[in-house]
Design a protein around this ligand. Structure first.
Ligand SMILES: [Fe+2]
Ligand SMILES: [Fe+2]
Length: 144
């Protein structure tokens, strides 16, 4: 079984956000395989840099989508993204400075944060969009 398993309860928009999340899940699995197989630091560093870049892009993209949808809790959500990015940069720095224990922490930190954040925080967007769709439909019915 994969290290980080995608599950239906992680679905947010059946669209671009899910695509990003799925891609990140795959990348975490690739990183995990590389670290558990004890692959060279250079390979791990390259994979980590790619995940961080793609995560940062995803977070910006998700914030943009949330803005377009008028998601009410956007600022707080942005803060959680920023904290995570800071944590990733710190882990990257530790890895670059040659810490031997950090390699195994990388995939765990990524998996745990993404899994919890998607299921708890990103899920709020899904709930908000569903509520909005119901209100819009009710409005259309009332105007008929
Ligand atoms: Fe997300
Ligand atoms: Fe998010």
């Amino acid at each position: 079984m994969a290290y980080f398993v995608w599950a239906d309860d992680m679905v947010i928009d059946n669209g671009l956000i899910d695509e990003d999340h799925r891609k990140l899940v795959e990348q975490v699995n690739t990183l995990h395989t590389a670290t558990t197989e004890g692959r060279g630091n250079e390979i791990v560093a390259t994979l980590l840099a790619q995940i961080i870049a793609d995560t940062a892009e995803h977070l910006r993209h998700e914030e943009h989508e949330m803005g377009l949808a008028h998601f009410p809790d956007l600022e707080r959500h942005k803060d959680t993204h920023q904290l995570f990015l800071n944590q990733l940069y710190q882990l990257q720095k530790k890895h670059q400075s040659g810490s031997i224990t950090v390699a195994s922490e990388l995939s765990t930190a990524l998996r745990d944060w993404l899994s919890l954040h998607i299921r708890r925080n990103d899920k709020e967007l899904r709930i908000f969009l569903e509520k909005k769709r119901r209100t819009d439909r009710a409005l259309v019915r009332a105007l008929k």
